[in-house]
Ligand binder design. Sequence first.
Ligand code: GFB
Length: 314
Amino acid sequence: MTYDLTGKRIWVAGHRGMVGGAVVRRLASEECEVITAGRDVVDLTDQKAVHAWMAQTRPDAIVMAAAKVGGILANNSNPVDFLYDNLVIETNIAHAAHENDVGRFLFLGSSCIYPKLAPQPIPEDSLLTGPLEPTNEWYAIAKIAGIRLCQAYRKQYGRDWISAMPTNLYGPGDNYDLQSSHVLPALLRKFHEAKQTGAKEVVVWGSGTPLREFLHCDDLADALVFLLKEYSGYEHVNVGSGVEVTIRELAETIAKVVGYDARLTFDATKPDGTPRKLMDSSRLHGMGWNRGRSLEEGIADAYRHFLRAEGVAA
Ligand code: GFB
């Protein structure tokens, strides 16, 4: 084992988000102490506050799941939020971590860091080999900077800091707001509401032909804890499920899980985004992690949590 979690104090930055929440749940079965701090305790965009909090708290390790995230429309409409906020949060945390001698740091990126027309499945070394997908290049550039930041601290100061690149995620604690969410929670809500009102159609943005790979956040959290314990290296590591579907197929699977059949209408005024982004996760699999549920099982789990949050018995 590269890093023994026993007795370690681990700060999960961004614990109120879907990914941070999943990491906290997963770490509960390790013999470590999990530290969390809400916005009321430390504002991650405030450099002084982050440094003061870190100096006082002094975690042994950090899982960096704090980020401004959103779906294709939110990314495309709010470039400053996705570039500036993410750069500020990651530089504040990384530098405060360095100054306070935090030995282990796991940075989380996204599959959108890769070129729009990267070879499929996308290997880690296709980073920075071509132009990015314009709908999310702001977010992608912030995440690429985060990877480089970890590598820079490793190179200059010998820090054992690593990065993981998850594919499109979903699960408990997801954002279900139709304007800012990703496709999977958006379509879950749309089918659920169509079922309630008896609507005959569900609107799907774009052409329905783009391909996406989906991973349940609890499967991601399991892979992240694995990497935290087992991986030390300069290169980032892809974390995907290998489960790739078209947006139309995704809508059909969601219809099945929700138990409501509606006609799909495609809204061509909305962007498709990148045509395909299936990641090559063979590096992670080669290290010994290869788990995960099926897409249908995962969506059923997300739907149970959605219903509970809506106050509807599952
Ligand atoms: O999940 P999503 O918003 O983001 O959209 P990306 C994926 C695909 O689903 C696009 C289509 O082709 C959308 O047009 N789609 C269909 C919908 N109906 C809907 C809908 O109701 N809502 C949404 N949101 N999409 C994101 C990036 O890209 O992926 C982020 O913007 C991040 O930066 C994330 O990297 C993982 O997969 O296109």
